[in-house]
Design a protein around this ligand. Sequence first.
Ligand code: ADP
Ligand code: MG
Length: 701
Amino acid sequence: MNANFLQTPIAYLKGVGPNRANSLQSELGISTFQDLLNLFPNRYIDKTKYYKISQLQRSSADVQVLGKIIHLKTVDQKKGKRLVATFKDDTGEIELVWFRGQKWIKENIKINVPYVIFGKCNWYAGKFSMPHPEMELLSEHEKGTKIAMQPVYPSTERLSNSGISNRVINKLIQQLFLECKGQFSESLSPSLIHSLQLISKPDALFNIHFPKNQELLAKAQFRLKFEELFYIQMQLLAKKMLRKQKIKGYCFDQVGTLFNAFYNNHLPFNLTNAQKRVIKEIRSDVGSHAQMNRLLQGDVGSGKTIVAVMVMLLAIDNDFQACLMAPTEILANQHYNGIQELLEPLGIKIAILTGSVKKARRTIIHEQLESGELHILIGTHALLEDKVKYKNLGLAIIDEQHRFGVAQRSKLWHKNDIPPHILVMTATPIPRTLAMSLYGDLDISVIDELPPGRKPIKTVHRYDANRLKVFRFIKDEINLGRQVYVVYPLIQESEVLDYKDLMDGYESIARDFPAPKYQISIVHGQMKPADKDYEMARFVKGETQIMVATTVIEVGVNVPNASVMIIESSERFGLSQLHQLRGRVGRGAEQSYCILMSGHKLSAEGKTRLETMVATNDGFQIAEVDLKLRGPGDIMGTQQSGILNLKIADIVKDNDILKTARYYAIELLKDDPSLEKVDNLIIRHFYAQIVKHKNIWNYIS
Ligand code: ADP
Ligand code: MG
């Protein structure tokens, strides 16, 4: 079937018309024949099974029952009326209920004649009732063709209210197959079909909508999921290829004085093997003539900063400037202070630019950037302002990139004609599956090793009732010379309450840990940046032993002497946040602890989160659990990526198919990068069709 036919507006399908077309478009985004064909069922119902009324359970989903209507009446309710029928088989009775279309039902329904009914049963006021059942006379039902597995299509309430029930959709798809005579064109190459033993496209489409049996359904699902994921991978990989070939990058071919001087004389510790490997990977990127676009993943505390520093030195050695963008002022300041200290002996000029830098100072920074006097600029979002212009920005590093959107990344990119090399660093491990789909077009480096001498953090879960014991433990640690974080949630909707919790908590700690023996810092979002910095600095210098804070300290803050992290109301935090917070301790040589406080009431999910935290320190493992709990929709970065709009595949459940798809896409592009071989023409053709509809090229920039 040619592609044009499938582009026919849906209104032209027999049985649709303008009104239904509007509903289909607005509710399901279906505007063409093709769209309807690609509306895949969510699930299938076994229609060979009949329930007896006595077998119905409160949890029964969709059920099919054979029986008769013995009574029909109209019942007044607050708004309007409802029509209620008593439906009976030889084991009991249920009610059928209609709120709409009552007139038609009343006129057409037959009393005491066998019907096959189908629908969702509710348990209400001591009996079962089925609203708006699908009904068919048994005599008719026996004549019709039997579908063993009835597909259930995605729907919305508005759609079913406007008369487009699952059955109607089913009929429309039947009509579509009739008009197409089932002749859909193949979209994968003969060799892929052969190596993976896939069923043909027409067979797959037929069996996904009208499964002949379980086995064919499974094959149809595999084939269509594979195809969907395969073409996403093709797009990502093609994009990466294009970038490597077409986008020129600056070449840092000198490994010069600064890099070597630092490496030989100023490195405060030996690099881990993982750090060395990553620096090598980056060096090979920036030393080629292509633009680097690399994601550096490394768990909290794995030592990403020093990698960033060394890559910046490479840039400066090659007469380029570098910038480092962090998501919060605290973090930007910390980077600035730390890096300043490291690079001071080398005479490198560094400035910090954040929202709270005064105008006069800003102007100076702008000038020094443009003249090239400044080598490194560190800061927050303020770096993205139009006024910030560089003489020759060769490298942009983004820390904790999951907090920035794609748009922000691309803004850095567009600051020059030739884009700078881009390194994004994240401590939120992204599960491999997700990384493949989200960042399949980036190169990825992983620091999978912590600096030596670190002891794994001991994590425990304690109920609020045990707070006194926890306080005693804190005292012991402080007496050993360590420092302690106490973190409170601050979540927008309940900001006032949370703020009160924080203040109450602070006061109770202040009572138990009185001055002058104990000194306490407090940091929260409602403080002025200068005050935050002051309090933070006191804690960093060890002048205070306890830091009471909201999640502002979540990312990046580095105080190696802090050995205890207490997280209050920990059940309210997400997994990745808990992991980030825990990462604030365990940075020195001492044994560190994370204590998750919670009330006794925990949701099942909350419990799983806390158990996961207690069970493992491995960020990747935690990220996998997180992905399973929340689905990809809530994970940063997915929103822009289109992987949430998958038609049939599921990024979490279809992990293996995804890997297979990526593997075959890579092999294919290796063998035939421009898809010229006869065998691949189908792919090339189909690819062109999809890409025309989806603007994939602005995926990154
Ligand atoms: P993150 O990856 O979370 O950004 P940092 O770069 O802040 O981690 O490093 C965490 C701590 O580990 C810092 O105190 C840093 O100085 C230290 N560190 C980093 N690399 C090493 C190493 N190879 N050996 C010893 N300590 C290291
Ligand atoms: Mg960091």
